[in-house]
Design a protein around this ligand. Structure first.
Ligand code: HEC
Length: 158
């Protein structure tokens, strides 16, 4: 009985290796990327790209173990959920209200140390934000939220 279960699990693990979700890779230009469509200083861009883009953009740099199942499904779930919440590659398409909300959320998540996800920095040590890098992101996100809020008030007054 135990032997059968063992072989059964082994076989299942073997079979699932042949099934992978589509890769989160885009070969086309991303004109609505936050780095192009919003005021994004270089030092902000650098941090976003190294610590956030793997889950919050249309281009993920896959680690070698993404070839292993069920790890790939698990990574893919994070990418899908992450992009649903916030996709930096498509930020320019968001409505003004949503942009403001997202900038506020970025400031809050980074302040609270919630992002990047722990399960990510556990392996991607270079994505652990230094205090300086966190401050760069937080100050920028707060500033952008403020600026866009002023824009929306001005639009409302017109
Ligand atoms: C390993 C994947 C991963 C990385 C890397 C990552 N995120 Fe996320 N992020 C997620 C997932 C999954 C969610 C949705 C679930 C949740 O809120 O935990 C999310 C949600 C968010 C949200 C919305 C939270 C809310 O209020 O609902 C913001 C804002 C965010 N991330 C910002 C960032 C920023 C900024 C970085 C880089 C400093 C980053 N994330 C890095 C996976 C990731």
């Amino acid at each position: 009985m135990k032997k059968k279960i063992f072989w059964g699990i082994g076989l299942l693990l073997l079979i699932i290796q042949f099934f992978h979700p589509p890769r989160n890779k885009s070969t086309t230009a991303q004109p609505n990327d936050i780095g192009i469509s919003m005021l994004t200083p270089d030092n902000v861009n650098v941090v976003l790209r190294k610590a956030c883009y793997d889950c919050h953009s249309n281009n993920t740099n896959y680690p070698w173990y993404a070839r292993l199942q069920p790890v790939d499904w698990w990574l893919n779930h994070h990418i899908e959920e992450g992009k649903d919440e916030l996709n930096f590659s498509e930020f320019g398409t968001y409505k003004l209200k949503r942009k403001i909300k997202k900038f506020n959320e970025i400031a809050r998540e980074v302040t609270d140390g919630e992002m990047p996800l722990n399960s990510y920095t556990w392996i991607h040590k270079d994505a652990i934000l230094t205090q300086e890098e966190s401050n760069i992101l937080i100050n920028w996100a707060n500033l952008m939220a403020q600026k866009l809020t002023q824009d929306s008030l001005r639009l409302a007054a017109e």
